[in-house]
Ligand binder design. Structure first.
Ligand code: ARG
Ligand code: GLU
Length: 719
């Protein structure tokens, strides 16, 4: 290589690094102006931090809502039209679905406001304001307090701050720790309670690619659904009522028809749930090399069993569809996460940092000297307890009959009480009756039997005697570790697999009936699991975790002191954040490059009428053949489906708006690329990508595919 080529290569490397690194970080909206505005504008943003977050005038934050309890949604019309992911609206779409109206399969479109569907219990939460309340919350907190004393005082202080803040309003307020409890912010919110379903594409669009494509780029999923916020006639949040009216928001997002190009500036505004970017190497090792592999193996075993039955029986496939999706989602995430940390030498990177940290700490009057050594000790002690917990949850309670029986513990406790409260008992019985209906509707016993045999075996072979619940004594002595015989005994004897017998007991339930439940083999297993946890694991684990809370708080503070020039962002904690980056593809492995966008052609390439995840409807095919994309086509003539960018997102960012330099909506976030799923622990600008649906595909489906153009008329499209 000649010198010129060499220096170009070097400057290219430096350039791409500087350029891409801007993707990392989940920033607090009220601090954007101070910390990020300049950089965002240098990266291409044409608006100001004040346009994004202001409490003095309307701003974008007035159009972002926490959807239900786990997703983000955004307002896209002056009549409160709310956009989120299909997988976020899934539960509600499912609740309205029946054999006659299978909205999951066929999609749903309200052709006018009267046809919109009510969703009892569904809420959307708007952040009204956030305030730094660190000094109030830490008032009276002393360094020498125990973690418990500290937590208690913080709770008392927080309660009085929030109470004062919302007095005389219909708002809610909550105080949350930031930077591991070094700072506290109060979040004031308004909760909307009448959220109606407006539209959802059929599953073969909204879930196209299913779990096969989940967490993967290139992606072709039309993962969106549409709702509308209603309020009382006075404009305030209200429970559903017929005379409720569409909410008139302070702000709604204009929608860009321009699409995105490589390197374009974008930002994502939403509710990331949890990240852990400031952990010591010991924690990363425990998560990625010990806990994840155990959990992955347990989930893999279950998924293989589900798959075997689901593929041979369509009814079972439907029964286990959502269980399978739940298990598969984090199974795949964990594989990606552990692989990603390994690939970026994440543990070594943390260790290198820790070496420097210790050198620095040596000159800090002994304040932080023993910190990392103490982390090491605690994580070592915690390891077997966390493994035991993982088995309890991922093996013990993954046996459906056992976790179902576990639901009856409250009833047994009530029935055993000295002063039996009949009313409470009957209330609990009612709850269990409806739970039982739901359980048996989606229960297929042969799967559960096979899961039990497999789980007992892995549990038995992988855990030390000390970490096994009592029923393993029966299994190993009386049944001589014969998993099939033990399983047969449980299923022969348990009432929890016999719907009629169970309903009978519940229908005629008297306090004394608990004796039948108490003797049930599945109930005994459940009881043993929980008792084991409560007596042998829980209190030790809590003690270690309290110790870690305190260490982590000090370590966070120390890291910030050690690098005063570094700009820190707090870990995600389900509060509103802004993350920004660039539209970009990536190299998932040597010599392979993934482009930054996908098109309808890719859907046709993936099409397979015999595979459930890859069915394409004729209607979509016709639109493709006729290139009938209207104004939603890209300037290259194709229809773009999704795009990848370097925005640092995580779970909870599902449904978040992806905005361009002007602040117009260009996409809806719904996933991350597999190679980058370790960004919850460590962000790598080379491969960490968020995945969004191109907003034009959403418009195309609503308008051209579903014929619900009247909804598009309601939106502000920008050419
Ligand atoms: N991976 C995305 C997220 O974490 C999508 C999940 C949808 N569920 C599924 N199993 N495909 O939420
Ligand atoms: N699908 C995730 C969610 O439901 C977002 C993907 C991620 O974790 O980045 O929030």
């Amino acid at each position: 290589m000649n010198f010129k080529a060499f220096s170009i290569t070097i400057s290219l490397i430096i350039f791409t690094r500087l350029f891409a690194i801007a993707g990392e970080g989940m920033w607090i909206p009220m601090l954007l102006q101070q910390l990020n505005e300049k950089e965002m504008q240098e990266m291409g943003m044409k608006i100001t931090a004040d346009d994004i977050y202001s409490i003095n005038h309307s701003s974008m934050k007035d159009a972002i809502l926490l959807f239900g309890r786990g997703c983000t949604s955004e307002i896209i019309s002056k009549d409160g039209l709310l956009l989120t992911n299909h997988h976020c609206g899934f539960g509600n779409i499912q609740k309205h679905s029946s054999i006659e109206h299978d909205y999951l399969t066929d999609g749903f479109w309200a052709m006018n406001k009267k046809e919109e569907l009510v969703n009892p219990g569904l809420t959307a939460t708007l952040m009204v304001e956030m305030r730094d309340v660190t000094s109030e919350v830490l008032n009276g907190v002393k360094e020498n307090m125990t973690e418990n004393e500290r937590k208690k005082l913080i709770k008392v202080n927080s309660d009085s701050v929030t109470k004062a803040a919302i007095k005389g309003t219909h708002y809610k307020a909550i105080v949350k720790p930031f930077f591991k409890g070094n700072q506290y912010y109060m979040i004031i919110t308004e909760v909307f309670k009448d959220i109606r379903l407006v539209g959802a594409p059929p599953s073969n669009i909204g879930k196209f690619g299913g779990d096969t494509d989940n967490w993967m780029w290139p992606r072709h999923t039309g993962d969106f659904s549409l709702f509308r916020i209603y309020v009382g006639p006075d404009g305030n949040p209200a429970e559903y009522a017929e005379d409720n009216i569409p909410y008139q928001p302070k702000y709604h997002f204009p929608i860009s028809l321009k699409g995105v190009e490589k390197d374009d500036f974008t930002f994502v505004f939403g509710y990331p749930a949890r990240t852990n970017e400031y952990l010591p190497s010991y924690a990363i090792e425990l998560i990625t090399e010990i806990e994840n592999p155990h959990k992955i193996k347990l989930r893999q075993t279950r998924l293989d069993i589900f798959g075997k039955y689901a593929n041979s029986d369509p009814k079972v496939r439907i029964q286990y569809a959502s269980k399978d999706a739940r298990v598969a989602n984090y199974w795949k995430k964990m594989i990606g996460e552990s692989g990603g940390v390994k690939r970026m030498n994440g543990i070594e990177k943390k260790q290198d940092f820790e070496k420097k940290f210790n050198e620095w700490a040596a000159n800090q009057n002994g304040n932080y000297g023993g910190l990392l050594a103490e982390f090491e000790t605690i994580y070592n002690e915690l390891t077997p307890l966390n493994i035991a917990t993982a088995y309890l949850v991922e093996a013990g309670l993954s046996m459906e009959v056992v976790s179902f029986a576990n639901r009856f513990r409250a009833l047994v406790t009530l029935s055993q009480s000295k002063s039996v409260d009949e009313e409470k008992i009957q209330k609990e019985v009612k709850k269990l009756q409806s739970r039982s209906t739901a359980f048996f509707k989606d229960y297929y016993q042969p799967i559960d039997e096979e899961v039990m045999r497999a789980m007992l075996k892995i549990y038995n072979e992988n855990l030390d005697q000390t970490y096994k619940p009592d029923f393993f004594n029966t299994l190993n002595s009386k049944y001589k570790s014969n998993y099939s015989e033990f399983t047969n005994y449980v299923f022969d004897k348990s009432i929890f697999v016999d719907e009629n017998a169970l309903n009978n007991i519940l229908a005629n339930y008297k306090a004394k009936s608990y004796k039948k439940i108490e003797k049930d083999p599945a109930y005994i297993m459940a009881n043993d699991l929980i008792t084991f946890y409560e007596t042998k694991v829980k209190s030790q684990r809590t003690a270690y975790n309290h110790r870690l809370d305190s260490l982590q708080r000090i370590y966070m503070k120390a890291q910030m002191e050690m690098q005063p020039e570094h700009r820190f962002y707090p870990d995600a904690n389900f509060t509103l954040r802004v993350t920004y980056g660039n539209v970009d593809g990536y190299y998932p492995k040597d010599a392979v490059y993934y482009n930054y966008f996908t098109t309808l052609k890719g859907i046709m390439e993936k099409e397979d009428p015999d595979i459930y995840d890859y069915v394409v409807e004729d209607r979509l095919k016709t639109l493709y053949q006729n290139k009938d994309y209207g104004k939603y086509a890209d300037k290259d003539g194709s229809l773009h489906i999704g795009f990848a960018a370097t925005n640092h997102t995580t779970g909870g960012n599902s449904g978040s708006p992806v905005l361009n330099a002007e602040g117009y909506l260009v996409g809806v976030n719904f996933d991350r690329g597999w190679e980058g799923t370790m960004s919850d622990l460590m962000y790598d600008p080379e491969v960490c990508r968020n995945i969004s649906i191109d907003i034009r595909y959403f418009l195309f489906i609503v308008d051209k595919f579903a014929g619900a153009g009247y909804l598009v008329d309601e939106m502000d499209l920008v050419e």
